[in-house]
Design a protein around this ligand. Structure first.
Ligand SMILES: [Fe+2]
Ligand SMILES: [Fe+2]
Length: 190
């Protein structure tokens, strides 16, 4: 028996969900209607960002998949970029309004906002590297290093948001606030 070859996977004519489940270059779609549970929606987006970080790491390790790179560019330019706005324009203001002083949320939010500015700069750099790589089918060593650093930055940002921020949000934002948050996220998608 031979080991599966990830570079051959796109030669399959089948593009169903079974392919998605075991293809490391895919980023899962968002479940329909999850936005009505806005904190679960944000958590699910974080899962997809972790998948994007894994793909960035595979590219930094020297693997390459043209279709995977194109899908990653699309994800970074749309859902990833919009997620930063979801947090800064919807989630963070609600937390500032509803958290208690002992939550120390302002200190956490200020750090996360600083990291978002770094994310936005890295997004631009990474997208330019990926666009270039899509035509050349390869990535230079310096660019691989930049992709790896971006992946690590994504992972540590997710650790702070999943490990510290979302647990506070689940305590402080209840029925009414969650309904308002869901409407704000929906309005950003009209
Ligand atoms: Fe986030
Ligand atoms: Fe964030």
């Amino acid at each position: 028996m031979t080991a599966p070859n990830t570079t051959d996977v796109h030669s399959s004519p089948s593009r169903g969900d079974s392919r998605r489940a075991d293809n490391p270059w895919d980023i899962e779609p968002m479940p329909a209607d999850l936005i009505d549970s806005p904190l679960d929606f944000i958590f699910a987006e974080h899962h997809r960002q972790r998948e994007a970080a894994s793909i960035l790491t595979m590219l930094a390790d020297g693997e390459f998949d043209g279709e995977g790179v194109r899908a990653l560019i699309a994800f970074l330019e749309t859902d990833f970029a919009r997620h930063i706005g979801d947090e800064e324009l919807a989630l963070f203001p609600m937390l500032r309004e509803h958290c208690l002083p002992e939550d120390n949320v302002e200190r956490i939010l200020a750090r996360l906002e600083d990291e978002h500015r770094e994310d936005e700069a890295s997004l631009e750099t990474a997208t330019a590297i990926l666009v270039k790589s899509a035509s050349r089918q390869q990535i230079g060593e310096n660019d691989k290093r930049r992709l790896r650093m971006f992946a690590e930055h994504i992972r540590q940002h997710l650790a702070l948001e999943n490990g510290v921020l979302l647990p506070i949000a689940r305590v402080r934002l209840r029925g009414n606030e969650l309904g308002v948050l869901a409407e704000m996220l929906k309005a950003r998608r009209l």
